[in-house]
Design a protein around this ligand. Sequence first.
Ligand code: NAD
Length: 258
Amino acid sequence: MNRLSSKTAIITGAGRGIGLAGAQAFVREGAKVVIAEINEDLGRQAEAALRAAGGEATFVRTDVSDSASVQALMARTEQLYGGLHILYNNASVFLNRQDGPVTELAEATWARVLAINLHSIFLCCKYGIPLMVKSGGGAVINTGSSASVMGIPGCDAYTATKGATVALTRSMAVEYGKQGIRVNCIYPAGIATEMVKASSLDDPSFDAAYFFRRAPLGRLGEPEEIANLAVFLASDESSYITGAILRADGGTTVTPIS
Ligand SMILES: NC(=O)c1ccc[n+]([C@@H]2O[C@H](COP(=O)([O-])OP(=O)(O)OC[C@H]3O[C@@H](n4cnc5c(N)ncnc54)[C@H](O)[C@@H]3O)[C@@H](O)[C@H]2O)c1
């Protein structure tokens, strides 16, 4: 409790899944949370649930791939809470059956996935980090994937964004450490959310038994298991950690392929 008191956090894509679990954990730890979500219904429901639980949270409808929208998010956050200490870049899309191998991938799909998953991190950091510096420093948490570190067939656009997210985490950690900004990355896999359901579990061509059940822990993870790590990275408990790329995947990506 109170590991994030007096901190203001923006969590992108916090309307459901891992982002929502992160928002719930952050408010439990005393943070003021801005839910930066594109889906109006999900955003409003998340805000209501967090407030009903006694938390301080505000939904600000945001398209993280759009510069004007991200700039408005930062301005609204400063107006609401006076600053920013934690920027959790969580929002992404996995466009099942549209994403694919490069030779079969529509240019528009490639551009859309890069805009939502990667350009968004550039925009949120470009306009969020100055506010964090002004607020005395803080923590950026980026979100990778098993696709950041291994080749997964059928999703080359998603994979490109998640690999770049890891590289950008390292370079931003080097760039902004002296200004009191720590930049780390969590890479999950096999977390029970709508994204995994749509991208894997509901897809008859996806070998879920191979991908998830062979993992050392032998099960899907829960969004709360990622939220616990995000709280740690957001809090002063991780004050000497920057540039870290942290696996949270039940061991999926260390399992040898046989
Ligand atoms: N679930 C997993 O197993 C898994 C595995 C690897 C990586 N990840 C990563 O974890 C993060 C969260 O995944 P999830 O499983 O909770 O996904 P999810 O699809 O359940 O939730 C994503 C949220 O982002 C929002 N969003 C989408 N586009 C947006 C935009 N342009 N602007 C603002 N919000 C937008 C959606 O509306 C949704 O609420 C993503 O970065 C994802 O790539 C998840």
